[in-house]
Design a binder for this molecule. Structure first.
Ligand code: BG6
Ligand code: MG
Length: 215
């Protein structure tokens, strides 16, 4: 086996929270009269909550203090968490579930490497919490992707070296983070075909044929 472990980004790879992030940021932006659309939302993929807010506030016509920004980020998160309560096990597809089961049965260690501070809440909500040996998320890092910290922590928790792991990501920021940490990566969605990925896939189930993936 070329790899001992697989580290999965969560949002956009295992489940699809984009629409909830969008609706929550949109409500917050409307409240302070700042323009926000789905195109700007796409740029928030993989980056931390505060960095996302800084991107959104580029459209604002005033400066916000750090304290005001904390309040805005908190208000978005409160709306987001309420929306997350709409998620069910249906938001975690059969394809993802079956592929994870298969990878586990083949002896791979599985971990989460997510920038989100809500990762554990989401995994619990969709019934995914027992699928992973370790979770590295927004609560145990000081630097967000494209910094490799979240993946380096996941590898450390799993007790494997970066070169023994494969990172699965949908965001370019995440692929850059994997590269910076010395990890091979699989790009899916927006990151599929990105020149820095080691492998690209169109469907999650292609991970079942890991040994046959072409570089
Ligand atoms: C990432 C998402 O997984 O988590 C980003 O792709 C999001 O869009 C980031 O900003 C932080 O999420 P949270 O849940 O901590 O606000
Ligand atoms: Mg993602």
């Amino acid at each position: 086996m070329r790899y001992k472990a697989i580290i999965f980004d969560m949002d956009g790879v295992l489940c699809f929270t984009d629409k909830y992030h969008y609706r929550a940021w949109k409500q917050m932006a409307d409240k302070i009269d700042v323009y926000f659309d789905e195109k700007i939302n796409n740029r928030l993929r993989g980056v931390s909550r505060m960095e996302s807010l800084n991107i959104i506030l580029k459209k604002a016509d005033k400066e916000y203090s750090e304290q005001e920004k904390e309040q805005l980020a908190d208000s978005k998160n409160e709306i987001y968490k309420k929306l997350l309560m709409n998620m069910t096990s249906e938001d975690f597809s059969r394809e993802v579930r079956d592929t994870l089961d298969l990878l586990r049965s083949r002896g791979y260690k599985l971990a989460i490497g997510s920038s989100s501070k809500n990762a554990k809440l989401i995994l619990k909500q969709v019934g995914l919490q027992d699928y992973f040996d370790k979770i590295s998320d927004g609560t145990n890092i000081t630097k967000s992707k494209p910094d490799p910290e979240v993946f380096l922590k996941a590898a450390e928790y799993l007790n494997v070296k970066p070169e023994e792991c494969l990172v699965v990501e949908d965001a370019k920021a995440g692929i850059n983070a994997a590269c910076a940490g010395g990890f091979d990566s699989v790009g899916i969605g927006e990151a599929s075909g990105y020149e820095k990925t080691t492998y690209s896939i169109a469907h999650f189930s292609q991970l079942a044929n890991l040994d046959k993936l072409k570089r």
